[in-house]
Design a protein around this ligand. Structure first.
Ligand code: CTP
Ligand code: CA
Length: 229
């Protein structure tokens, strides 16, 4: 039985999505994590695949279901994620939806940390993780994806913070969302985002994560077509 060639505006295009939290080991049995479910990343990967893209999905240990019809690359830590992303290149567009841990435990090793019963505090030193989005945004033309999209979960001054983050990271677009308590965004089924590009800030209506993903995928397809990449 013959397989149909993928159709759609992203057919023949290779794209990358990072998703989920990362786990940073403390010792062989413990880790530092965060509350990202990976649901928005899964939805974006599926929306890109639905437009015909070949999707590489680099994901930390997420609780959301894995996207179907994509190449899933499971990773644990931020450093693993950076390595997997570099291996996945070249891609035409990259969407960095992962909640990458900003720090890892210095000197985490093969031995389990034992308590000695004295009641004294355990001190962990945290060292900064590589910034995957900034690293990939800074690649030379040719190696750099033509479109690099970051996320920014912010609580105060969402647009100002996300606009500054876009410049700091060197990415093309930032999908900013307000995760303040009370918005119900964090861990919820819906998202309310503002797309920040070189042209300014565009507020999108609050919608399901699937709908936000479809809209983003359509924008990515339109951009690549326009650029004639
Ligand atoms: N990101 C990344 N690697 C990191 C940290 C963040 O690739 N080590 C990416 C995220 O996937 C996201 C974007 O950078 O697309 C912004 O993440 P965010 O945590 O909002 O930015 P930070 O620069 O870590 O700033 P903050 O201090 O606000 O956490
Ligand atoms: Ca961060």
């Amino acid at each position: 039985e013959a397989r149909l060639a993928p159709a759609g505006p992203l057919a023949g295009r290779r794209v990358l999505v990072t998703s989920g939290p990362t786990h940073e080991p403390i010792d062989p049995v413990r880790y530092i994590a965060n509350r990202s479910s990976g649901a928005q990343g899964t939805a974006i990967a599926e929306a890109l695949a639905a437009l015909g893209a070949e999707v590489v999905f680099v994901t930390g240990p997420a609780s959301a279901p894995m996207p179907v019809g994509v190449q899933v690359v499971p990773v644990e830590s931020a450093r693993d994620m950076l390595a997997a992303v570099e291996t996945a290149l070249p891609v035409e567009a990259a969407v960095f939806a992962a909640a990458v841990a900003d720090w890892r435990v210095e000197g985490a090793g093969a031995s389990k940390i034992k308590k000695d019963g004295s009641g004294k505090c355990l001190e962990l030193r945290l060292t900064e993780n590589p910034d995957i989005l900034r690293t990939i945004s800074g690649l030379p033309a040719g190696a750099r994806p033509s479109l690099v999209v970051g996320f920014a979960a912010e609580t105060d001054d969402v647009i100002a913070n996300a606009t500054a983050k876009r410049l700091r990271k060197g990415c093309d677009w930032i999908v900013a969302n307000d995760v303040s308590p009370g918005t119900g965004i964090m861990g919820g089924a819906e998202n309310a985002v503002t797309l920040i590009s070189g042209e300014g800030a565009e507020e999108w209506p609050r919608a399901s994560k699937a709908e936000v993903a479809r809209r983003l995928a359509a924008r990515i397809a339109a951009h690549l077509a326009e650029e004639g990449v």
